[in-house]
Structures are given as C-alpha cells and as structure tokens.
Design a protein around this ligand. Sequence first.
Ligand SMILES: [Zn+2]
Ligand SMILES: [Zn+2]
Length: 341
Amino acid sequence: MKALFLDAASTFRLGEFNDPDANSSLKLRLRVQAVTVCGSDLHYYKEGSIGSSVVHQPAILGHEFSGIVDDERGAEFGFPKGTLVAVDPAEPCGHCEWCEAGHANLCPNVKFAGSAPIHGAMREFFYAKPSSLFKVPDGFDAADAALLEPLGIAIHAIDLAKIKLGASVAVVGGGAIGLLILQVARLVGAGSVHVVEPFEYRRELALKLGANSVHANPASLLELTQKRGLDVVLEATDSPTGPQDACTVARIGGKVILVGIPDGDSFTLTASNVRRKGLSIKMSRRMGHVYPRAIDLVANKLVNVKAIATHHFSLENAPQAFALQETRSDGVIKSVIHLED
Ligand SMILES: [Zn+2]
Ligand SMILES: [Zn+2]
C-alpha cells in the first residue's frame, strides 16, 4: 500500500508499505479516509522526536483518523463492511498496575498509532482491533470522525479541571486543542472563558466559538481581572513559555492544567510565582474512554469541530500541510489529509 514516511525531521517520502498486521486475525482492515495533523505530529516533523520517542527509522505519522471498514469479518463485531468508524489510536496493555487502576491513558506499555516506533494512519489501509473502533452517526463526514480524537483530548483535560459552575476560565493557546477546550469549558458551566493567543486570526476564531474575551498576551488578560487572575487555566500551546503564561494568569489558589507539548521537551516555571500562589498544577496525558461522549457532543451540535478543520490535502500533498502548520500561515488551525475524495 501507499504510505507517507517521515524519514527524519522535515523529510517526508511517499513509499510502499507492507504491514505485518495485514495477516492478523485479531484486526480488521480499514480503508483510511481522513487523518488530521496534530501538534504532536508537528513535533516529530520539526524535531524528529518527542522526548524518548525518537524517529530512528522511517515512521508513518497520524493518530487522529477515520476509516471505512473493508473487511467481511467486521459484521461479527457490529461494523459491517462500508461502516465509517473513528479509531482510538491507543492500545493500552490492559493488565499493568495503571490499567488495572482505571488509568489506561497512563499505561507505559501502550501501543499508540503514529507515536514512534508504532506506525500511524497516513497510508491507504490500517488494521485495527474491533475494540478500537467507534461507529459514527449518519451526518458525520470522515474529517468529523477523525476530529473526535483531539476533541477527546479536550474532554479529558476538562474532566481533570473539574470546573465549578460559574468559575472563570482561561485557555492559553488558541490552536485546535485550545479552541476545543474553549467550547467544552462553556458546556460544563464556566462563567466566562478567556483565550490568550498571539495570532490574531486565531483570536478571531476563538471569539466566534464563544470566548468572552481574547488577548494577545497574558498581561492583557490579567489586566482585565484587575490582577486577580482566573480560577482555572488550561494550557494548550507548543511553546516552552506556555506553562509559565498559564501560571501567570491563574489566581491565588487556582488550578492549572497543562495539555500542550512544549518544543524542546522542557519548560521553566518561576518557583516563587507558582509557590506563593499555592497553585495546583496537573499534567493532562492523552485521554480515557471518552469517544462516546465526543460523538454525542458533535452529533448534538454542542461542539463545532468543522470550524477547526481549515485546510485540506491529499496524501501526496501532505508535506505541504506540515509546512503550513509549522509556519501558522494562511489562517491554518488544522489540516485534514484525505486518502480518498
Ligand atoms: Zn493529536
Ligand atoms: Zn497498561
């Protein structure tokens, strides 16, 4: 099959891929339909690694994706041939201490599609266990189904934030995840949601998606609150300064949820600032079993995922999608790679 390989940082190649999973009796064959480009894909593209996950050999990226079941055995599992499905990219081991405790998102043995060295979905066919598949309702297109994965990330972050009714919330970072967190925070009863984002076009979209105010920098948001700060702050940037900015706009005794992956795999916090405020800081890692909720939110039009899918490419042109997202040009939020038209 045709696949897009990342050979090294910034180097893509379209090539032939023979997946050993094609012979697995445990997996169903899917014709990949849409793959959306994630900030984490961009880290592999820019740096060739995310921490200890390093691209040592050609890697296939893509973990936000949908496919059409292309396997007669699908019917046995409730997915007749031709069914459009979203695919959960994570296969936790199911038997380690953390899986047993209900934290499969923290499983150290997880196989995660598109996270080196496990191959992702930027290819014609993908083989998945039936337990990883979620049938989407009529009316969903392939991109909607792929975007359930980043929406799941936003839902998990909001679950961790435990926002009290009427609380003031800030979102630092107005990219795809930030814009989804903004929408979900409103649904769980935040009194107001404010977005800090340096790019004007992203601030404009945040306003359209329901932000009460938008700010080019943290100082501007702090000013709005007469220096008090916000009750809950969710950070979703790729910047090493994002976590510091999030702590800056949090109130005394406030809560900060860090969702983003910083360039360079490290960040710095000013200890006196976070210590004197007595902040509760929590790292958000991927997601739990959230697909059914993500599907409901989109099906019932409570979250607009289409608004973040701004650009569309074929697999052949996918490298352009990465270049576009790296430079944040042409008003891009998220690119969709379409494997079929
Ligand atoms: Zn992602
Ligand atoms: Zn496990």
